[in-house]
Design a protein around this ligand. Structure first.
Ligand SMILES: [Zn+2]
Ligand SMILES: [Zn+2]
Length: 358
């Protein structure tokens, strides 16, 4: 009886989710939706895109808790709240049942020294969407499911009608991360910007640089089809190798290739800024000539994940540039949830993102 009273208003007590059980084992299972607690939000998934990091997890290149539900680029609709207290989006608007939302990939505690100093991405007890063990107490953290449970304190952003599901979903990882990267290199107006790697993040960074009135936007990628795509996302020049670049003011590294980063640092002109964001797995060391850093007034920054404000910036950026860049072309048409293991295990497709619609 008590149990019944605690159920969310939606009455959802079971959902289907793709559970990753190590290696390439991912299968659809029926999962209990726990009674919602105060501050929690239940979301029904409309669409989830498949970030490359999930493919790395399944192929063994990236370690993460297991079993778990993967997926951290998700858009969905609010189904129920844990209590009647009005909750708000990151930009202060009241949240209501039925609204389309995306949410952060990191769940900060909001109370530790890092959270309080504005670096919640590096919260000392951070929990991550699509990255929590099934036995962690937050089983429904990932987007490869019919429902996701958002714990208390999760930064949530409202998605405007102008932004379609396939454009909104990647905002929660790719676009918001690029907003954090670009913030480190600001201002870009009048600067010669070089972006290494023209995958999902690289293409987004090229578009952000072009939209920020950079004087030159150069894409570096060995793949011809990616270079062709780069031209549609604001690149004013495309090259196969960083060795072909002359000089630049801003270097954005999103390939994760240490050798390319090494070469790129040598291209920075006086007052040059390099933002490292692609190196999320070991790829060897690089050498830094301290005299060059001193004499050329160079600055290097690292960026991993992002702050809640970047979620809003990502959605605003996508909304404002919908007519200028072909965002939907980055995402393959959605397939049903029961095909997720093919998307995680199979070869990469011609587009940077696969997607599922449960
Ligand atoms: Zn991701
Ligand atoms: Zn914290």
């Amino acid at each position: 009886m008590t149990d019944q009273l605690q159920r969310p208003a939606s009455g959802v007590d079971r959902t289907r989710a793709a559970i990753w059980r190590g290696g390439d084992k991912v299968a659809l299972e029926s999962v209990t939706v726990p009674p919602l607690q105060a501050g929690e939000v239940l979301v029904q998934v409309d669409l989830a895109t498949v970030c490359g990091s999930d493919r790395h997890t399944v192929s063994g290149r990236r370690a993460q808790p297991c079993p778990s539900i993967l997926g951290h680029e998700t858009v969905g609709r609010i189904v129920a709240f844990g209590d009647s207290t009005t909750m708000h989006s990151v930009d202060g608007r009241p949240l209501e049942v039925g609204q389309r939302v995306i949410w952060s990939e990191t769940l900060p505690c909001g109370a530790c020294d890092r959270c309080l100093s504005g670096v919640s991405a590096k919260c000392r007890t951070v929990r991550k969407v699509g990255h929590e063990s099934f036995e962690s107490g937050w089983a429904l953290s990932g987007g490869y499911a019919e429902h996701v449970l958002l714990p208390k304190g999760m930064p949530i952003a409202l998605v405007g009608d102008e932004v379609s599901d396939d454009v909104a979903a990647p905002a929660a990882c790719a676009t918001a991360t690029v907003m954090a990267v670009v913030e480190r290199a600001m201002p870009l107006a009048g600067k010669r910007v070089v972006v290494i790697g023209a995958g999902m993040l690289g293409l987004t960074a090229l578009a952000a640089a072009a939209a920020s009135d950079a004087s030159a936007v150069t894409a570096v990628d060995p793949a011809a089809e990616r270079r062709a795509m780069a031209k549609r996302f604001g690149a004013t020049a495309v090259v196969a190798s960083i060795t072909e670049v002359d000089q630049c003011d801003v270097l954005i590294e999103l390939s994760g290739k240490a050798a390319a980063l090494q070469e790129g640092l040598g291209k920075l002109d006086v007052q040059g800024v390099a933002v490292f964001a692609g190196s999320v797995a070991p790829d060897g060391d690089i050498a830094v000539d301290p005299e060059a850093v001193v004499r050329r007034h160079l600055s290097f920054f690292g960026v991993h994940n992002y702050e809640p404000r970047h979620l809003i910036q990502a959605l605003t950026f996508l909304e404002q540039t919908t007519g200028r860049f072909p965002w939907s072309d980055l995402v393959a048409d959605p397939v049903p949830l029961d095909q997720i293991s093919d998307l995680l295990i199979g070869a990469p497709g011609p587009k940077p993102r696969y997607s599922i619609a449960p």
